[in-house]
Design a protein around this ligand. Structure first.
Ligand code: EPZ
Length: 419
């Protein structure tokens, strides 16, 4: 097991470059199975989820060459075969193999997905879409077998009862080579969905309306190779902007698409955070005084659920009291007791988080309970007086590429050590 040790109270200064989006690339890599020849991805983040997906692709017969932040994947050798359960279970996004294998072979046998503990994370909407497209489902142990009895999937009109990023993307993956037309109604509108649709269309698919709540896909016979630049990670960007506002004395965050963070930046401005937003960067000054605000998460373009934990340490610096409500994952509150151990004035009342600032944080031994909770503890450790030890940091390494180096380059005293 690894742990992160931080000596807090040191200001951050300088520039940090945001990497490619985790929640895009974990769908882009499985999507390449649908192509008959080589696809190259540029701007791939150096995170353990990507390493896991490369392992899975190679087990299935793909050839993968990594050159810096580029991945060249030749999927022509991929066979229709049961997925390796061990690796599948390591990340929730492995469910994207259901859609891409169904789309290419008309069948898929995949271990049930793992991922962060954010409370129940069903995949009923994914399965509802696959059934509507002609797939029959059986369970064998920890695996689920989807089959179309050799017919392949066909188009369908699918209404998503809940706005779901994963179900929207997975349905697109199954639909691009289906017989006929598929319409996804009440689709999610996240930028990562547009990124996957852009890759698919550049491979020869006909996807229209990605980024709106109605997506139409006309099935095609073949998909071919292409080259694709992964969009910047808006959640990593938001995490570093919050860190810069919490402990920075002049930090520039670059490779940021402002339109992907409008809801987040609006809330920072409501707090009184002083920053300059340019075309592809945000410069955050040393803050003078901050006002407590309320946060309520919502599907894109609302305030992202993935940013409610990373912004919380910054909220703890503000004058006054506020409430945080995550409407997407109401159980996404496991960071609260850990922050309280560091002296934060924060508690949960049912599924609502209540905080009162400013809090003077002190170092403590804390544990990361999920990816974004871990990021919040890193920020709190940078703010706290004294030393903070964070365990279970494998979660953090799943989604934040080179976080130790990036923070060291900004002046943080932070180490990753074997526990
Ligand atoms: C994606 O998860 C992200 N992960 C999550 O980021 C993010 O928090 C989430 O979208 C919401 O934005 C990836 O993209 C790999 P959903 P996903 O389907 O697709 C319910 C991170 O920190 N639901 O949009 O799994 C679900 O329970 C991770 O990077 C169903 O009921 O999320 C939730 O309440 C954490 N049935 C809501 O929909 C389903 O079949 C939104 O979930 C699917 C989802």
């Amino acid at each position: 097991m690894k742990k992160i040790v931080i000596n807090g109270g040191r200001p951050l200064k300088g520039e940090v470059v945001v990497s490619g989006a985790k929640n895009s690339v974990v769908a882009l890599i499985p999507a390449i199975i649908l192509s008959e020849d080589v696809v190259t991805l540029d701007g791939v983040p150096d995170i353990s989820d990507v390493a896991s997906l490369i392992d899975i692709m190679e087990v299935m017969g793909a050839t993968v060459k990594r050159d810096g932040d580029s991945l060249e994947i030749d999927p022509s050798g991929v066979q229709s075969m049961p997925m390796p359960y061990g690796k599948i279970n390591s990340l929730r996004a492995s469910y994207y193999f259901y859609g891409s294998l169904l789309g290419r072979f008309g069948e898929a046998t995949v271990g049930l997905p793992g991922g962060c503990d954010l409370g129940p994370r069903p995949i009923d909407l994914h399965l509802k879409a696959f059934e509507a497209m002609g797939a029959r489902m059986t369970y064998e142990g920890n695996s689920m077998h989807l089959t179309t009895d050799g017919q392949g999937v066909h188009g369908a009109v699918i209404y998503m009862d809940t706005v779901s990023v994963g179900a929207t993307i997975n349905t697109m993956l199954a639909a691009v080579k289906a017989k006929g037309k598929t319409v996804i109604e009440n689709a999610a509108r996240e930028p990562e969905i547009i990124d996957v649709a852009t890759l698919l269309n550049n491979m020869g698919a006909h996807v229209r309306g990605a980024g709106t709540d109605v997506i139409t896909i006309e099935g095609v016979e073949r998909l071919h190779g292409t080259r694709h630049q992964v969009i910047p990670d808006r959640i990593e960007a938001g995490t570093y902007i919050a860190m810069a506002a919490a402990v920075g004395e002049g930090v520039k965050i670059t490779n940021v698409l402002y339109e992907h963070l409008e809801g987040f930046i609006a809330k920072l401005e409501e707090m009184g955070v002083r920053m300059t937003v340019s075309e592809d960067s945000v410069f955050v000054e040393k803050q003078v005084s901050l006002k407590a605000i309320n946060i309520k998460t919502a599907p894109y373009p609302g305030f992202a659920t993935d940013l409610q934990q990373p912004i919380t340490p910054l909220l703890l610096k503000a004058e006054g009291r506020g409430l945080i409500m995550d409407t997407i994952y109401e159980k996404r509150v496991n960071h609260v007791p850990e922050l309280a151990r560091m002296g934060a004035g924060i508690t949960t009342i049912g599924h609502q988080i209540s905080y009162e600032g400013p809090s003077d944080l002190h170092g403590a031994q804390v544990k990361a309970t999920d990816l974004r909770a871990g990021a919040a503890l890193v920020t709190a450790g940078l703010m706290a007086q004294g030393q903070t030890e964070i365990t279970n940091v494998e979660f953090i390494l799943r989604g934040y590429s080179n976080i130790i180096d990036k923070l060291r380059n900004l002046g943080a005293s932070i180490d990753l050590i074997e526990d």
